[in-house]
Design a protein around this ligand. Structure first.
Ligand SMILES: Nc1ncnc2c1ncn2[C@@H]1O[C@H](COP(=O)(O)OP(=O)(O)OP(=O)(O)O)[C@@H](O)[C@H]1O
Ligand SMILES: [Mg+2]
Length: 139
């Protein structure tokens, strides 16, 4: 069932989800342009005390953040991936399958069926300027 989230509510959700994360977990973020995937990632990194912020907009495929406890969080934006092979040649798949790295993946549908089932899959949709519809599937 989808619920409505303002941006502060999304930030609170990111703090809750941050507490559930263990090394190797993956989070997938689906939704049209501008629905808040990078915004969620920014709040998640803040909640995890990342010294580096989510870069927005992301023009890069892979943005690595190392937390004070040395946990690595990989922010992966697959928007520009065209062929499934790119998942392997770009190194994206190594991050997602790494048992130590937490991967946060925007546009996971670009990976078609090749990506493993994530711990959390958020589906964001536009509602109005201040709010979004959000459904969460968790393992
Ligand atoms: N309830 C909300 N949740 C998330 N973002 C919101 C909300 N209300 C307004 N916004 C704004 O919407 C914008 C979302 O942009 P963001 O870059 O996070 O989208 P995106 O899904 O990552 O897009 P892209 O597919 O281009 O990467 C931000 O400017 C954010 O401040
Ligand atoms: Mg984005």
């Amino acid at each position: 069932m989808s619920k409505v989230y303002t941006e502060p509510a999304l930030a609170a959700l990111a703090r809750t989800i941050a507490q559930t994360l263990a090394p190797g977990d993956n989070i997938y973020l689906s939704g049209e342009l501008g629905t808040g995937k990078t915004t969620f990632t920014r709040y998640l990194l803040e909640a995890l005390n990342s010294p580096t912020p989510a870069s927005s907009p992301t023009f890069q495929l892979i943005d690595e953040h190392t937390l004070p406890n040395n946990q690595v969080v990989a922010h992966l934006d697959l928007y520009r991936l065209t062929a499934p092979d790119d998942l392997y040649t770009s190194g994206v798949m190594s991050y997602i399958n790494d048992p130590q790295t937490i991967s946060v993946v925007e546009w996971p549908e670009r990976g078609e069926q090749l990506l493993p089932v994530p711990k959390h899959h958020l589906h964001l949709a536009h509602r109005d300027e201040q709010s979004r519809h959000l459904t969460i599937e968790s393992k």
